[in-house]
Each structure stands twice: as C-alpha cells, then as structure tokens.
Ligand binder design. Sequence first.
Ligand code: FES
Ligand SMILES: [Fe+2]
Length: 354
Amino acid sequence: MDTSPVLNGGSPHLENLWYLAGPAKDFKTGKISGHVILDQPVLIGRTRQGRAFAFQDLCPHRGVQLSKGRIEGDNVVCPFHGWRFRPDGVCAHIPSIVTSQTVDTEKIRTRPYPIREVQGNLWIYMASDEAADSDPLTEPFRIPDIGDRGPDIATPLVFETDMDNAVFGLLDPAHGAFVHSNSWWRNPGNLKEKEKRFEPCTMGFTMVRHKPSSNSQIYKLLGGELTTEIGFHLPGVRLEHIRVGRHHICNLTTVTPTTSDRCLVHNFLYWTQGWLNTVKPLAKILAKRFLQQDQWIIGLQNEALRFEPRMMLIHDADIQQKWYMRLKDAWRESTENGAPFKNPIEPATLRWRT
Ligand code: FES
Ligand SMILES: [Fe+2]
C-alpha cells in the first residue's frame, strides 16, 4: 500500500479552461453582477437582447468595480466618473471630455472574458493572459444525449477550501458511508467490496458504465434496468450519467474557485422522465442536504489542515485524486509549452470497500 504523504497544494489556479459561473437563469436580462473567479474580479451581465457578457470588474480609469455602477441601454456605467463600457469591454463614452479634447475611447477597455450558455448554465473562460482570451483551447463541458435542456434542480454552495481539496472530495469513493450515512444512501454497516474499471477521456477519466451495486439504496427508487457512468473532467467537473431504459438522469457537480481558499460548488440534476417532476421538492431538499454534508466535512478538514498541511493518499480509494493531480500537471505543461494536451491516465481497475 502506498501511503506516501502529499502536500496540501494551495496551488495556483488552472487556467485556459472553462469554469461554471452559475445557472443561466440567475443572470437576468438588463442586469449586471460582480463576482470573483480565480481571484479575478469579474462582471457578468446580460444585454436587453438576452446575450450574456463578462469583463474584468475594474474600471480602467481609476479602478472602481464597474458592477457597482449601473447598466444603461447595453452600456455599463462606472459609478465614479460615469465612463461607459460596451458589452465587449470597450469604452464608449467619457463624460468629462470637452469638444476640443480628443480621446480615442476605442483604445480604452476592460478585459472581456469569453462566456457561453450551455444546457442552462453560464461558463466563463479563464485564460492565462489576455492574448489567449479570443481563442479558447477547449469547449465548455456539455452533457451528452440530453440536448439543450436546462437543469431541473440547481444547488449552489460555498466550500471554504482550495480547489484541490474540493475536487478531492468529488473524487472520494470512501467517504460516502460515513459523511452521507443516511438510510436512503449508505451506512458504515453495509460496506461492500467494489471493483470499477476506469478509462481516460478527453479531459479526464471515466468510471465505465456499469450496474450500480446493490447497497446503493437511492438507485432502487428509480426502478427499471439502470446503468451508470461517472466521469471527471478538468478543471473540476464530475458527471454521473444514469440511464434507465431510454431515459437519462444526470448529476453534474462543478467546482469554481473564487479565491485560493474558497470555492463555489454547484450541483445540478437533469432528468428526462416526467414523473420525477412530482418528487422535485423532495429531491431538492435531499440534494441540498447531501451537498451540505460535503460542505461540513470539507470545512472541518480545512480547519485542521491549517495546523499541518499534510495528507496521504492510499491505494486504491485515493488513486483518482492522484490522477487529478497528474492531469493538472499535464494540462499546465501543455499550455505552457503550446503543445497538444496528452492525457496521462492509463486504463485501470480500482478496488475499494464502500
Ligand atoms: S473610476 Fe471609473 S470612470 Fe473614473
Ligand atoms: Fe460527498
């Protein structure tokens, strides 16, 4: 058994990737809001035509947060001296200028960020430098086989930890029976030995499609012949994709670091079976309770790691966390060298008791 200690990263953010900004419906037409994403101040707005836009939330004049201003027409007006900015971040007007003064406002701008709406969510591309903004290396994550439908349930929560620990939590098969020890899920008394096959995929790895084990209570409620596949994708996206006959239930979780010690975690449930709408209020409560259990344990871990930031990863239950670290290194190396990304993960079979 490999019990080599690993340092608790606190590593700098992984750039040149799409991060989830939030459910699209939270960004209303004709409104702007201020966010911090990867330690960057970001303004996200929506024009009167409904098009989402994002730019650095700093006025190039004297640095005030533009999101504290207002939107007029489709221009954002700085609260300090009223400079106006178009959705592409370019300055459209400086009120203090008199007719005899010429300033080429087209040359003044705040950094725009690529933003896309996919399956009811807004994704923002966080590039390492402005030159890379216009040509994203990847596409935002898209759930296969469910078309453009939006989520049926969205649960956002803030986790007081760095990105690595939040992702470690997503990839941790051994905590379920302890942290989520509910009768409807698992409990420590009925651990079973599991064997799962993993394959690399474009930006991560996938636990290949299989029938869920008999001690996973919640699957039984869905009835029918069902199979599930669980994928992880950089930078911090986990998708469990359940098929029941011709129907799909998708459980998407995303991690977006706001600062180096805080993350915004979103969980989304998508389904194609109409009858599940009848249990939506209950599913909403359960999803939130489940995520709050993770939030609680990650918070405890974070408090303790302040004293001694060391951890160990063991075979096989913590191997996925090691793969995540390797994927990060490979991504960083490829973007720094301008070389194509080569996924370092090999197919493997992992065993554990959960
Ligand atoms: S600081 Fe924004 S207009 Fe002056
Ligand atoms: Fe969990």
